[in-house]
Design a protein around this ligand. Structure first.
Ligand SMILES: [Zn+2]
Length: 365
């Protein structure tokens, strides 16, 4: 899809604005919406929508923001929900899963995707409510869900149930781990440093070094892409899900318009009140190791709803060990010893994760 931003206009802009209005981010009386002009007001609305959804808040409507806007306009009960291929998705599904989880019918990650876990939870719920257990969420089932919600207190069991299923223990040997170097040049170099270094190539090199270290620990390493291959985010998601890996480490670099910005950070899946306990733990372990080994600023761990985090069936952490836009950090990234330290940090964090120990900071924020 084309990108729409400040200065765009036309039919697509009108459509974006209509959805922003429906989702409550843009005033229905907006002058800009009347003229289908993407100006400051629309820009602000897109940015706050993106921020609320855990997307990069840049005011640009591309495929990810568009998909979220489409999802945002669905409320539970508006359509029949059931298991199908490709799966139904939307805010109504998130709402359904949230309600099932809060009632003790574990339906998995509250990610807006109607998967087999959701269908299973619905059938259990229906059986318990004296409804026909057909896994179809129609008016009767929605009504029963809403009725029950009024008498139950709204605490999500998703996090509890995920930990009950057991955060992994038993070590890293034979674990199927996918390394996902971000971007892919050509055509997508990712961020480019002031000296011309490409994020995609640093990510590839880092993946190679890390892959070697993981193999030394007897883990099974898969790569989402080969050197110089370009993959869309949905293709990365598809490969990770199809290869049934137990964990994905996605390698990127941070960048900023401010050349002084620097440091390392890790991202895991979170949305609304939900936070993946696996992702959160892994991100903290890796972040702790990065901070201990690299003399860089601690930009901390953050919950996000990027597509790769949202639509994958296993814990995924996006690691951004440095800012490529910072000249000093760009030169560090050219140093093989530095890349090796980064790879060792990610390795040690992953080893701690699979040993089942919590990270000291994992309960923060
Ligand atoms: Zn990137």
């Amino acid at each position: 899809m084309k990108l729409f931003r400040r200065g765009s206009s036309g039919r697509e802009v009108a459509d974006i604005q209509a959805r922003l209005i429906a989702a409550g981010y843009l005033d229905a009386e907006s002058e800009e919406a009347r003229g289908a002009v993407f100006g400051d007001e629309t820009d602000r609305a897109v940015r706050s929508f993106q921020q609320a959804r855990g997307l990069i808040s840049d005011g640009i409507t591309g495929p990810d923001t568009w998909r979220c806007l489409v999802d945002a306009c669905r409320s539970l009960g508006e359509r029949l929900l059931y298991l199908r291929e490709p799966p139904l998705r939307g805010d109504d599904v998130t709402e359904l899963k949230r309600r099932l989880n809060s009632l003790g019918f574990y339906s998995g990650k509250e990610d807006g995707i109607f998967d087999s876990g959701t269908a299973h939870a619905i059938e259990q719920f229906q059986r318990n409510s004296g409804l026909e257990a057909d896994g179809m969420v129609g008016a009767g089932t929605v009504e029963a869900l809403l009725r029950l919600a009024r008498v139950t207190k709204p605490t999500s069991v998703a996090s509890v149930r995920e930990s009950e299923k057991g955060l992994p223990t038993g070590g890293i040997q034979d674990r199927r781990i996918m390394l996902d170097p971000g971007h892919g040049y050509p055509p997508d170099p990712g961020a480019v440093g002031p000296g011309g270094l490409r994020e995609s190539e640093v990510a590839e090199e880092l993946a190679d070094v890390l892959g070697g270290l993981l193999v030394d620990e007897s883990a099974t390493v898969l790569y989402s892409r080969r050197h110089g291959e370009y993959l869309s985010d949905s293709e990365r998601v598809r490969r990770a899900n199809e290869q049934t890996v137990e964990l994905v480490v996605s390698l990127h670099l941070n960048d900023s318009t401010d050349p002084r910005a620097g440091g390392c950070s890790c991202f895991y899946f979170a949305r609304g009140n939900y936070r993946s306990p696996y992702g959160n733990r892994l991100a903290h372990h890796i972040q702790d190791e990065l901070i201990a080994r690299l003399a860089l600023q601690d930009c901390r761990t953050h919950g996000r709803a990027y597509r790769l985090l949202r639509e994958t069936r296993m814990p995924v952490v996006v690691v951004e060990p440095a800012f490529i836009s910072n000249p000093a950090e760009e030169s560090l990234l050219l140093d093989p010893a530095f890349l090796r330290s980064v790879a060792s940090a990610v390795l040690e964090g992953t080893v701690s994760y699979f040993s089942g120990v919590p990270s000291p900071r994992e309960e923060e924020h």
